[in-house]
Design a protein around this ligand. Structure first.
Ligand code: ZN
Length: 167
């Protein structure tokens, strides 16, 4: 497995809408393994392919260590995912591997149903609530070219950009 470099704001690729994955080939399966490896190494709970500079509709999440005292892994990969139901609302302070040192409270749907293909190409439909629902919605935003900073006011976004450029 390979650790993939994660790109960060303001890389323009992050604003791009990712394209559909045409078929789940052996290289895609290896890519999914690398995505998990990269996400775990970076201590993230989710990662979209575009964050490793591949604008394809593929995401991985694992909120296991946040929801479960046993810290068991709950890895989920979805290819060409779509949210088919969203209900309720929940506020949570989110971070993003592509937006260093930024945490913003964002309102999301509390309960969602998402469907797509798993890493083997099998159709999957997943009901998610709370943190898992938040993680899916955060990664779906990435696939649509939206990132955490887009939830900031222009003023705050500019000051965050300046902060980053000073580093
Ligand atoms: Zn993110």
């Amino acid at each position: 497995m390979t650790y993939l470099p994660i790109i960060s704001y303001p890389n323009p690729l992050l604003k791009q809408r990712s394209r559909e994955v045409q078929s789940i080939t052996p290289p895609i399966k290896r890519f999914v393994e690398d995505m998990f490896e990269t996400m775990y190494a970076a201590n993230g709970v989710g990662l979209a392919a575009v964050q490793v500079a591949r604008p394809e509709r593929l995401l991985v999440v694992d909120v296991g260590k946040m929801i479960d005292e046993t810290h068991e892994a709950h890895p989920i990969c979805l290819v060409n995912p779509e949210i088919i139901k969203a209900e309720g609302s929940i506020l949570f302070e989110e971070g993003c591997l592509s937006c260093p040192d930024l945490r913003i409270e964002i309102e999301r749907a509390e309960h969602i149903v998402i469907r797509g293909l798993d890493a083997l190409g099998e159709p999957k439909e997943i009901e998610a609530t709370g943190l898992l629902a938040i993680a899916f919605q955060h990664e779906m935003d990435h696939l649509n070219g939206k990132i955490l900073v887009d939830h900031l006011s222009r003023l705050k976004r500019d000051s965050y950009k300046r902060e980053l450029s000073r580093k």
